[in-house]
Design a protein around this ligand. Structure first.
Ligand code: SF4
Ligand code: SF4
Length: 214
């Protein structure tokens, strides 16, 4: 019910279906999305207690629907901050747990950043291979874990010249309808990612309540 105040139901279903079907290099599998949504729900119900909005007819199901919307849209669609703006503003949500450096399936290197990366890390040449999905680009070889992560501190050994994809994580730049956009890599064990979706869900929830009261 609440979500319908923010987006047309048919449009939501089309976008969600497309989102669940897309496989951006194995990112955001249905299982991961489910785990992430569960993790966000557990935090959201403490921040936006359904009891408080009971008189307005709000239920737990509304919270779940709002989270599903937060997964797939950027808030600039409703005049709010973009994924990039939110992530930039809240870097403290990264707990430096190192999971992204230990568990990522590929560390992508754009062809335009290869020279710069090799200038600062000449030893890296043998550690780079063609990207499996996009052969005009590259990726780090022998990852999981990435060999640059320090086992004790979780710090990156090439921090100042690390690939762009590492700088942006958990945001991932993709092309959609000819435009570049940042989507959030939905990982239930990444505190940064969970908080980004949580924050978006709270903003969407508040906006829906405002519209409901109007
Ligand atoms: S971005 Fe996420 S997974 Fe990576 S170190 Fe930060 S909290 Fe951990
Ligand atoms: S290059 Fe650095 S930031 Fe990127 S995955 Fe490896 S350790 Fe992490």
């Amino acid at each position: 019910m609440l979500r319908d105040l923010l987006i047309n139901k048919e449009l939501f279903e089309t976008l969600r279906e497309k989102f669940l079907e897309s496989d951006d290099g194995g990112m955001n599998t249905n299982e991961e999305i489910e785990l992430l949504e569960k993790a966000v729900f557990n935090r959201l119900k403490k921040k936006r207690s359904v009891k408080r909005y009971k008189k307005l007819g709000v239920s737990k199901g509304d919270l779940k629907e709002i989270i599903q919307l937060a997964d797939i849209i950027s808030l600039d669609a409703i005049g709010g901050p973009s994924n990039y703006e939110l992530a930039k503003e809240h870097q403290e949500w990264c707990t430096i747990c190192g999971r992204c450096c230990r568990e990522s399936e590929s560390i992508f290197i754009h062809k335009d950043e290869l020279n710069l990366l090799l200038t600062f890390n000449p030893d890296l040449e043998k550690g780079i291979i063609r990207n499996k999905l996009y052969p005009e680009h590259f990726e780090l070889k022998d990852i999981r874990p990435c060999k640059f992560i320090d086992d004790e501190t979780n710090k990156c050994g090439i921090y100042n010249s690390r690939p762009q994809v590492c700088r942006s994580y958990p945001l991932v730049l993709i092309e959609s309808n000819g435009k570049a956009k940042n989507i959030i890599n939905l990982r239930s064990k990444c505190n940064y990612s969970v908080n980004l979706i949580l924050e978006k869900s709270m903003i969407l929830f508040d906006e829906a309540i405002r519209r409901l009261r109007d």
